[in-house]
Design a protein around this ligand. Sequence first.
Ligand SMILES: Nc1nc2c(ncn2[C@@H]2O[C@H](COP(=O)(O)OP(=O)(O)OP(=O)(O)O)[C@@H](O)[C@H]2O)c(=O)[nH]1
Ligand SMILES: [Mg+2]
Length: 470
Amino acid sequence: MVLGQIADGVGRGIGAVTDTLTSPFVDPTIRLGVTGLSRAGKTVFITALIANLMDRGRMPGLSAAARGSIRTAFLQPQPDDTLPRFEYESHLAALTGPTPHWPDSTRSISELRLSLRVQPQGMLGALSGIRTVHLDIVDYPGEWLLDLALLDTDYAAWSVEALRRAKERPAAAEYLALIEGTDATAALEEPTARRLADAYTAYLQAARAAGFSDCTPGRFLLPGDLAGSPVLTFAPLPKSGSPRGSLAREMARRFEAYKREVVKPFFRDHFSRIDRQVVLVDVLGAIHAGPAALEDLRRTMADILSAFRPGRNAWLTSLLLGKRVEKILFAATKADHLHHAQHGQLTAIAEALLREARDKADFAGAKTKAMALAALRATTEETRAHNGHQIDVVRGTLLDSGKQAAFYPGDLPDDPARLLAPARDGAQGWLDADYQVMRFAPAPVSLKPGEGPPHIRLDQAAEFLIGDRL
Ligand SMILES: Nc1nc2c(ncn2[C@@H]2O[C@H](COP(=O)(O)OP(=O)(O)OP(=O)(O)O)[C@@H](O)[C@H]2O)c(=O)[nH]1
Ligand SMILES: [Mg+2]
């Protein structure tokens, strides 16, 4: 029986090589995308997730960890040779070293492979023995997802929209003044193009720092090795005639080049391969920045999530060939700024933001969930007497002064509409309350063997994202 022999041979072969080789035949791989706008908490999330998957003492909410079926977890060389490696060791050393500090901002895409040795459950599991599941984690800026919308537009339409947004933001004054004095129909001069692109980038950076979310094109904030290249040397101009060789005509050409050479390759090479996705969002930061920032976040998150909607873009749909992301977790980060008594309210706001995106069109059966978490818990909780009543506060070390402080960020409403509605209506400030954010330094930790760094609900996030595959 030739067939039987081959089958047997394959079976033995697998038994012999699983320990050393990565075979797609036996080792399932989960490709987990982690995204969010800049400073949303991506690097801290990935670092803490890996550390807590390697040492699972604080992961009771991950059922495979709780029942002991994850035997070991170890880092391996990643499968993609051309992607930068996520610098896990240095980020972890920053967070948990003798003088804990937050890791530096990361400006590009990176990847890491964590392999888990898992004992499957049930009869079948006992028979099949321990298997390896590879978790390929890909960290990429959420700003890059926003660029998907550019594929549906041309330079003229994009300019109108970008300038409309700019006019609503104080940080754009200088750029708007610059284009006032620029003749878009004049012959292209590279220094002019450069000046415009630099001024536009400076505005985007200032807008981001002021709490605005939609600061596209994505590569302007995060240029990586494209900095200074012609694909990034364009900026929006008011509508005008654009004769051959003019500034406006060349800007339009570069805009198309940006779509072709920058946006499409990202979606083709990286986005299209993702199985599970987590979108991190600094909801508290936006609330603190005020109604305009929250409204901007709401719109931006709807745009970011729309990238996961099948049919959203014809080119992307044909690229995906029916493949879709199976699970999307939408997580409000830095929940350790709040006492747990207020976590429900934070989750409700995240849910409201997700629901709105989902209502427009569902994600074709992809499972979605919203939650509030802290990848690295930097505070402890306390209840204090204040003006005759008790308030729930968090305590931590302030990043700026290094002093200990107890902190109450303000009352989050039970009904998210109490924040989202005035934000949508263009309110100038919050009526009922003032929301504060303090920046805490990571707390020094002394970890017991088998324990990862402290977190809030990272185990539940992992259970949702990968629990079914372990
Ligand atoms: N208290 C607290 N702060 C956090 C947590 N996660 C992130 N932060 C804060 O948010 C900042 C940004 O976190 P990162 O993980 O670097 O965010 P990122 O999304 O990777 O940012 P970029 O690389 O700049 O895009 C950190 O420097 C911390 O100040 C958390 O779990 N708790
Ligand atoms: Mg980062």
